[in-house]
Design a protein around this ligand. Structure first.
Ligand SMILES: [Cu+2]
Length: 139
């Protein structure tokens, strides 16, 4: 590796470290509003429960976001439960049911139908994927 190249990467590393330190300090002390820090907002996600699947099967949100699931069903009473977030609601034909929670931990979590709805009820599941935003990775 050439000497100049080493200096280049050293400057990149120092700049990134300083940027993260300043950003983290501003964030911790409330200088940077959360909305600017990571685009935190209420995210509304329509979920349809029907025999015997959820649509969408995968929900992706960012850690810290407030999530409202807007739940409908065309056919039967189903459940929507995300045990890791203590979230559950009944999907009722002809109604729109909303359930709100804060995605306060990152990871891949399972959501399921917890109302027995027929033979393939066990197949009614999907995944809630909560990712860390760049700002949270930084601090
Ligand atoms: Cu079911």
């Amino acid at each position: 590796m050439r000497k100049e190249s080493r200096w280049y990467w050293a400057r990149v590393a120092v700049t990134a470290t300083v940027f993260c330190a300043v950003a983290a300090t501003a964030y911790v002390h409330g200088v940077v509003p959360l909305a600017l820090a990571d685009d935190v907002a209420t995210v509304r996600i329509a979920v349809e429960a029907k025999k015997f699947a959820f649509g969408p099967k995968e929900i992706r949100v960012k850690k810290g976001e407030r999530v409202t699931i807007v739940l409908t069903t065309p056919d039967f009473v189903h459940g929507f439960a995300v045990p890791d977030f203590n979230v559950r609601a009944d999907a009722i034909p002809g109604k729109t049911v909303e359930v709100t929670f804060v995605a306060d931990k990152a990871g891949k979590f399972t959501f399921v139908c917890d109302n027995f709805c027929g033979e393939d009820h066990d197949k009614m599941m999907g995944f809630l994927i909560v990712t860390e935003g760049w700002f949270q990775k930084c601090i």
